[in-house]
Design a binder for this molecule. Structure first.
Ligand SMILES: Nc1ncnc2c1ncn2[C@@H]1O[C@H](COP(=O)(O)OP(=O)(O)O)[C@@H](O)[C@H]1O
Ligand SMILES: [Mg+2]
Length: 594
């Protein structure tokens, strides 16, 4: 098409196109079936149109007895072939399309599983979800439409042109003048289309994100009367999507109606030319009727062909978006050493961390040595960098400066998987999966654990007490993200998971914050048992839970400002001592007011 010259098919587009083709290449057999179907469909139509001349001239005018018998049978035969063709083409195209969608969804999802933590903060989660639910569908539907239209319609156009030429070269050539007009319209449409479809993908993401957020925060919305705000926000994003979709429709509709107008002109020209006295005498009504019908069939096909480019553009910009994510570099994992079981000798040396897109340093010149088998407690105000420091351990983030050493080796030299295998983690916000209690405790690589081990871990985490009361015990499903459980129950399941993992490094980031003092005390005992022979990093607000730690590091504004045992820090009479006094005072006040 003339579009190729307009520069839309630049090198990048070709690359995307070829890559997309790569996804469908192995379904070439089905592709052949589909294309054969399309050709049968278009060919049948052409044969039928050509038959019209015979029908009018010989059947109705001459009343040929042979034709009177055979014509109905031919018609049925032609349309039988056509319907087989239609089925094969529709099913074949869908078959390929669905497979390609699945393959792309799989690739994007795989990429989500290996992208670094920073990626998930950089883009709204709605965008990430809609890439899989919406954008990949766009690729398939657009590509299917495009292929179907490109093959069927271009074949129809050529076939109809043949029918016309076969019947009356004079009329056909006279009508060819309108071809450039149609090409021009196609170019303009495709340009506009590409622009709009890119923006649609973005806005679909905001729709998904807004819904996700409002549904997730349904309690907050009700308590704080956020209905109007959420409604208007939703209204705004859907309005934007509607606007963009209508723009697409308007573009399509405008091109369709313009082409229809061109078609009307052509038909008028046909009637005008066909009724010139010298032509009228030499042309049978059958010829005129056949050319008229062929032309009438060809023009809608041309119109659809003009829109092919727009489908391609839609699919391309969707595919481009998907490929961008698929191509993002995964987490850096250059380490080659396979860590069997670490001694748990952790050293932070001059560690600084600046989060991407943040100007402030979250950690600044951290020096800390966690000896094997000891407990290091991190305390400090919220926002002081405690979670940031421990999130370096599994390499969620890499230190901007300085090094982290494990067993005397720079921890970047270990493979990521083997490093993470050494760490059991109970985080600040517990995330559970929509599965049974047992599968939540024995998650991931722990999946092979025996039921007895799972129950033992749950018991150690003081979780068996509430699990036993559930209808199906440890096989009770706990609903999406465990929202049927209380915060404390969720934490206990997470602790059971960490206990079951039995890893040499244990990280507890406010792991018991959602528990009452009684349960916390019970778990503390279990955790104490667990901490034996392990290197533990524990972050806790209640200082009473960290008093027994081998060393306590007090953090403030990303720095360690005090370090020592409980007794040393109390003797130092600095920040820790004053924090401790405050909490001790609080406790005595609460106790005396009970
Ligand atoms: N993913 C992140 N991206 C950017 N900044 C972050 C991120 N996580 C934490 N921060 C910032 O780093 C600082 C330390 O946070 P954090 O380590 O969570 O503190 P703490 O756990 O002590 O409460 C805070 O100022 C916080 O805003
Ligand atoms: Mg924190």
């Amino acid at each position: 098409m003339s579009v190729e010259k307009s520069g839309l098919w630049d090198a990048k587009t070709w690359q995307v196109y070829k890559r997309l083709l790569g996804y469908s290449r192995r379904y070439w057999v089905m592709g052949l079936v589909a294309i054969t179907g399309m050709l049968l469909d278009g060919g049948g139509l052409a044969v039928f149109t050509n038959l019209l001349r015979t029908m009018v001239d010989d059947l109705f005018v001459k009343k040929d007895a042979f034709l009177i018998f055979w014509m109905p049978i031919w018609i049925i035969a032609i349309f039988l072939v056509r319907s087989c063709g239609t089925f094969a083409s529709n099913y074949g195209i869908s078959y390929i399309g669905r497979h390609v969608v699945q393959a792309m969804q799989k690739d994007v999802f795989a990429s989500y599983l290996k992208l670094p933590a920073a990626f998930f903060g950089a883009e709204p989660s709605g965008q990430q979800i809609s890439r899989i639910t919406y954008t990949s569908e766009q690729v398939a539907s657009a590509a299917s439409e495009a292929v179907k239209s490109a093959v069927t319609d271009s074949f129809t156009v050529v076939a109809m042109l043949c029918v016309m030429l076969h019947n009356s070269p004079y009329l056909t050539l006279a009508l060819l003048v309108m071809a450039p007009a149609i090409a021009l319209i196609a170019t303009i449409v495709s340009r506009r289309y590409r622009l709009i479809s890119r923006r649609i993908q973005g806005s679909m993401g905001s729709v998904t994100g807004t819904v996700e957020e409002s549904v997730g925060a349904h309690r907050e919305v009700r308590i704080y009367g956020g209905q109007n705000y959420e409604a208007s926000r939703f209204d705004q994003v859907t309005r934007q999507t509607r606007g963009l979709n209508l723009k697409i429709t308007a573009t399509n509709a405008a091109s369709s109606s313009t082409i229809q107008l061109v078609a009307a002109l052509a038909l008028a020209a046909l009637v005008f030319l066909g009724t010139r006295p010298q032509v009228l005498n030499s042309m049978s009504p059958g010829v005129f009727f056949a050319v008229l019908t062929a032309m009438g069939t060809m023009l809608p096909a041309l119109r659809r062909l003009a829109n092919v480019q727009s489908h391609i553009q839609r699919g391309m910009s969707a595919a481009e978006d998907l490929f961008e994510v698929i191509d993002l570099p995964p987490e850096i994992d250059l380490g080659t050493l396979e860590l069997e079981r670490t001694r748990g000798d952790i050293v932070f040396r001059g560690v600084t961390l600046t989060y991407p897109k943040s100007r402030q340093q979250a950690l600044c010149g951290i020096d800390l040595h966690c000896m094997p088998g000891t407990v290091t407690a991190l305390v400090g105000r919220s926002g002081s960098g405690k979670s940031s420091l421990v999130s370096l351990l599994p390499r969620f983030y890499a230190p901007s400066e300085g090094r982290v050493m494990l067993d005397g080796e720079d921890y970047e030299n270990y493979t990521l998987a083997s490093l993470r295998r050494q760490i059991a983690w109970v985080g600040q916000s517990v995330v559970l999966f929509d599965d049974t209690v047992a599968n939540n405790i024995a998650y991931g690589e722990l999946a092979g654990a025996s039921e007895a081990d799972i129950i033992a871990a749950a018991e150690a985490a003081n979780a068996m007490e509430f699990i036993a009361r559930m209808p199906q015990g440890i096989h009770t499903p706990i609903g999406q993200s465990g929202n049927m459980l209380s915060g404390g129950q969720r934490q206990r399941i997470a602790i059971a998971r960490a206990i079951l993992k039995n890893a040499p490094i244990l990280v507890l980031d406010e792991a018991t914050s959602a528990l009452d003092t009684e349960s916390e005390r019970l778990i503390q005992q279990a955790l104490h048992g667990l901490m034996r022979d392990r290197t533990t990093l524990v972050i806790a607000h209640r200082l009473s839970t960290v008093e027994g730690a081998d060393q306590i590091a007090v953090m403030d504004h990303g720095r360690i400002i005090e370090r020592g045992t409980h007794a040393e820090l109390i003797a130092l009479d600095g920040q820790y001592a004053s924090l401790h006094r405050m909490q001790f005072h609080d406790q005595t006040v609460t106790q005396s007011s009970d």
